[in-house]
Design a protein around this ligand. Structure first.
Ligand SMILES: C[S@@+](CC[C@H](N)C(=O)[O-])C[C@H]1O[C@@H](n2cnc3c(N)ncnc32)[C@H](O)[C@@H]1O
Length: 283
């Protein structure tokens, strides 16, 4: 049978569904377009055209990876976040839509600050810091991570998204190597408890870096760690914004208050779950 884009699409969607992949049609469209270098519009226009043998081989390799439930973003090595295209691979967490809320909130906190200096702790792909700097061309920042391969990805993203002049990325165990003072500290640290790690969705658990997920026995040790040193790296009236797990609102806000911060706010995501904590340094 001829391998037209249309027939291939139907066969591949059926195969992915058989392997328990939801939204199989969308995934096939993305992978087929990626293998052939086609946009959605091209795929429709070319639906009766035949895929070349080399493109077919590439597409079949992608399909096998997806059938094994590897996330689409790791296969295409791209993820859209805050309307920007980030390079990702298995060394970094795939940036999540709920983290966009953190970026939006952080932007409101620095809206009146001229040339704000931003610190991103556990930067991963650099998604948070780079999005902030892309929006605020007068801002500068530092991203820290304990995983060198993640820092390489963050640097690559800063270059491709045109903010490399505005930022640096360094290896640091939380705030250990941070010496400067900042207007804003943002962090989406690992916050999954050991127990929840065991019950985690198979795809996340098998493919995403555990260093980006594990928050220790109660999921709070990264927050404690960052909060111990945060007042020393924030300027007077500096702000702090954390992403949190849906059930950590009260516990993390208590920790933030105990660390001497004021104006502690818990903010919900679009699904109505507690997702962000923000606070100000005491003057
Ligand atoms: C949940 S991921 C967040 C990645 C990215 N900021 C985002 O929101 O998509 C947490 C990040 O913290 C980093 N990390 C884990 N332990 C760390 C530590 N002790 N010091 C600094 N970074 C750490 C991981 O390597 C990972 O990149």
């Amino acid at each position: 049978m001829a391998n037209t884009f249309d027939s291939l699409r139907r066969q591949a969607t059926f195969s992915l569904r058989e392997h328990g992949i939801k939204n199989a049609d969308i995934d096939v469209r993305i992978l087929l377009g990626f293998a052939a270098g086609y946009s959605d519009a091209d795929l429709i226009a070319q639906r009766n055209a035949q895929i070349s043998p080399s493109e077919l081989e590439i597409f079949n390799r992608y399909l096998e990876r997806r059938m094994a439930h590897e996330p689409i973003a790791y296969i295409t090595q791209q993820k859209e976040f805050f309307s920007l295209s980030f390079h990702v691979n298995s060394h970094v967490l795939i940036p999540r839509p709920e983290t966009e809320g953190l970026v939006e909130h952080a932007l409101t906190l620095i809206s009146d600050t001229k040339s704000p200096k931003i610190l991103d702790v556990g930067t991963g792909s650099g998604a948070i810091l780079i999005s902030l700097l892309h929006d605020r061309k007068d801002a500068s920042g530092l991203g820290v991570d304990i995983y060198e391969p993640a820092l390489d990805i963050a640097k690559k993203n800063a270059h491709s998204l045109g903010v490399n002049e505005q930022c640096k990325f360094i290896y640091s165990d939380y705030l250990q190597k941070v010496t400067d003072c900042y207007d804003l500290l943002v962090s989406n640290p690992p916050y999954i408890t050991d127990k929840a790690m065991q019950e985690l969705d198979g795809t996340v658990k098998s493919y995403e870096p555990h260093l980006a997920l594990r928050g220790g026995a109660d999921g709070l040790s990264p927050y404690r760690n960052i909060l111990r040193a945060a007042p020393a790296v924030l300027k007077a009236r500096g702000c702090l914004v954390f992403e949190i797990g849906y059930d950590q609102g009260q516990t993390v806000s208590n920790l933030v208050e105990q660390a001497g911060f004021k104006d502690v706010k818990i903010i919900q995501d679009l699904a109505g779950h507690d997702r962000i904590i923000s606070a100000k340094k005491q003057e």
